[in-house]
Structure formats: C-alpha cells, structure tokens
Design a protein around this ligand. Structure first.
Ligand code: FES
Length: 90
C-alpha cells in the first residue's frame, strides 16, 4: 500500500506485529511502518465493514487503533515505532 521512494538515511529497526517481525525506519509511525511492510491493514472494524488502514492519519479518529504491549490501545498514526515494540491488530 505504501512505497518508500527515497529514504536512505534513517536507521532500520525491528518490532513485532501479531508475532511477525517487521522492519521499520527510525521515526516511522506504526501506521507507516505496518503499511510500508505490506501488512495491508492495521485492524479489523468492530462494525463489520472489514479491514481498516487508518482514515485521518493525524490522530483525529479511531480508525487505526492497535494494542501496544505495556501501553494498551494506541493510535498507530501518532505512535512512533520503537525497537522491540510488540503490537496486536484486533
Ligand atoms: S487514522 Fe485517524 S487517528 Fe489514526
């Protein structure tokens, strides 16, 4: 869904989404990292309208909620990825 066009100077880091190790770049939000890694969505809608990949991308809705270990429900579009972070999509 997202493709990195020019992004050579930021350090790579890894984190885990649903037991799958994902490589991101330092400074990525969870939403950017997950979509750039090809995951395709960040959660399933509880209202039955399918997979969701964020709507506003600026912290104003709840379309990108994920569960971050140790933090609970978090917005993927405003949460920066940290090395070793563990995330659940559900
Ligand atoms: S996409 Fe709207 S709060 Fe993250």
């Amino acid at each position: 869904m997202l493709t990195r066009l020019l992004d050579q100077n930021r350090r790579p880091l890894t984190f885990v989404v649903d037991e799958e190790e994902i490589t991101a770049k330092q400074g990525d939000t969870l939403l950017t990292a997950m979509l750039a890694a090809g995951l395709g969505h960040v959660r399933h809608s509880e209202f039955g309208d399918g997979d969701r990949a964020g709507f506003c991308w600026m912290g104003a809705c709840q379309d990108c909620w994920v569960i971050v270990e140790g933090r609970g429900t978090s917005r993927a579009c405003t949460t920066l990825v940290e090395p070793g972070m563990r995330v659940l999509r559900r």
